[in-house]
Ligand binder design. Structure first.
Ligand code: GLN
Length: 495
């Protein structure tokens, strides 16, 4: 087997048995990155030399009997996680020269457990987008192709598009992502892989470039549910450096993947049945529920009545927080500085921010500033916060009746560059099934369960109670076993 075809769990087993070394495994992935990245543009920065050094150090630790739980596993890191000494751009020109002097907690924990970093994965600028096309470092090509139109340039989804494409194309065994409104689950679905946004507070946000602090969560991508579970265990845990990280024990998520769903109650929210939803998505959803019923789960119709307000609520709360978080990029303390001769401080701010931020980021800053401004605060921001509480209480009521909720992950398969581009609101519709979990702080997992008529992957989403990722993993693993999704993208290492 080609080393890039291992699952993460399979690679760990092979490393433990001595069937492969971390250096060999990393070399194979570095070669895949070098071969594919010029086409896919999944990485903004590659760190091949550092990765090979880390792999050799990993082999030495293993030889000493000192192997961590991710010892020797090559990963892609979304370029939103600060990595000490390695440029971290957030997909923005304004951070184009930013080399953090410190490491994010999530990446520090992955390193502590022995992981090897291949480089920094491309993303939408400041994680704002659903196509990776807002990146100042160009878009990412989805490694999947339409049957009837293989030349169409499909997007990988966003904002963690580079992470998802890298894992799908076998350039990495896993990756980190962040999800504020769907940025792990939507690209996972578009790229035919698995990703989970854990409960808000499960992973530390320390050292992750902030977009919307009350919504942002880190999470893993991988090609199987179990692999995500293994990664999440290393990423999660309380961090004194992030006051919103939760002092909750981190369970053995991988063990939960083997739990039976027999007797579990699975909720089907009626409000997620959208008018005009493609029949293929409807069929995928029904199929998933049938599989769970066959595995002994009980399917229960539920109502989440405030769902229709979720997107407008998200697109007030997220830009509001973003406008405040992004105020720090002023040309003085971080990154880019654009200063004319004789310019005063105000000119410095204005020219730096005008030059440094792309169109979507500027749009969000303007919306956010508007909804927070005197006179509009009560009408928009405060109202949105109230609706957010109602959306969360819809879920609280549902947990009295069900143990997990299953929905489609996205309203469509991957679209092509240019499609959806004319209208930002159309782009925002991508998040219709995912933003609710962020607004309510709940864990959500996306996994591929079928293909559309063009041979493109389609995904389902599993939402669970706060801090009950174990049930989410159990349901996800049951769907994975039933779906037996074996399709692979046209562009991948070894193909
Ligand atoms: N697509 C959503 C947005 O543009 C979600 C982004 C995210 O989760 N980071 O805001």
């Amino acid at each position: 087997m080609h080393p890039t075809d291992f699952t993460l769990a399979g690679a760990l087993a092979a490393l433990n048995e001595g069937a492969i070394s971390a250096e060999e495994l990393t070399r194979a992935h570095v070669a895949a990155v070098e071969a594919l990245n010029p086409k896919l543009n999944a990485f903004i920065t590659t760190t091949s030399e550092k990765a090979l050094d880390a792999a050799r150090a990993s082999d030495a630790r293993r030889a000493r009997g000192d192997a961590g739980p991710l010892e020797g596993i090559p990963l892609a890191i979304k370029d939103l996680f600060c990595t000490e000494g390695v440029r971290t751009t957030a997909g923005s020109k304004i951070l184009g020269n930013f080399i953090p002097p410190y490491e994010s907690t999530v990446t520090a924990q992955l390193k502590r457990d022995g992981a090897v970093f291949l480089g920094k994965a491309n993303l939408d600028e400041f994680a704002m987008g659903s196509s990776n096309l807002t990146s100042a470092y160009r878009g990412v090509l989805n490694p999947w192709q339409r049957k009837d139109d293989p030349a169409a340039r499909l997007v990988p989804g966003g904002s963690s598009g580079g992470s998802a494409a890298a894992v799908a194309a076998r350039m990495a065994l896993g990756a980190t992502g962040t999800d504020t409104g769907g940025s792990i689950r939507q690209p996972a679905a578009f790229c035919g892989i698995t990703g989970i946004k854990p409960t808000y507070g499960r992973c530390s946000r320390f050292g992750i470039v902030a977009f919307a602090s009350s919504l942002d969560q880190a999470g893993p991508f991988a090609r199987t549910v179990e692999d995500c579970a293994i990664l999440l265990r290393s990423m999660a845990g309380h961090d004194p450096k992030d006051s919103t990280s939760a002092a909750q024990p981190v369970p053995d998520f991988a063990a939960a993947c083997a739990r039976s769903v027999k007797g579990m109650r699975i909720g089907v929210p009626r409000e997620y049945r959208l008018d005009g939803m493609p029949a293929e998505i409807e069929k995928l959803w029904r199929q998933g529920l049938d599989w769970l019923r066959d595995a002994g789960a009980e399917i229960v119709d539920i109502s989440l009545p405030h769902t229709k307000y979720a997107l407008p609520t998200y697109y007030i709360v997220a830009p509001a927080e973003a406008s405040s978080n992004l105020a720090r990029y002023d040309g003085v303390r971080f990154g880019l500085r654009v200063a004319e001769k004789d310019s005063d401080l105000r000119d410095l701010y204005e020219s730096t921010r005008a030059e440094g931020f792309g169109a979507e980021v500027r749009r969000r800053i303007m919306i956010g500033t508007y909804v927070l401004s005197a006179g509009y605060y009560d009408a928009y921001y405060l109202k949105a916060q109230k609706i957010r509480a109602l959306i969360a209480s819809d879920f609280d009521a549902a947990w009295g009746k069900v143990d997990a909720i299953v929905t489609p992950a996205t309203p469509s398969a991957a679209f092509a560059e240019g499609e959806n581009a004319d209208d930002p609101v159309k782009m925002y519709l991508n998040d219709v099934f995912t933003v609710t979990a962020n607004l309510a702080g709940l864990p959500g997992l996306a996994l591929p369960t079928g293909l559309d008529h063009q041979g493109l992957p389609l995904g389902l989403q599993v939402i669970g109670r706060a801090f009950d990722e174990e049930t989410v993993f159990a349901v996800g693993a049951a769907l994975e076993r039933a779906a037996d999704f074996k399709a692979v993208p046209a562009m991948r290492a070894g193909a």
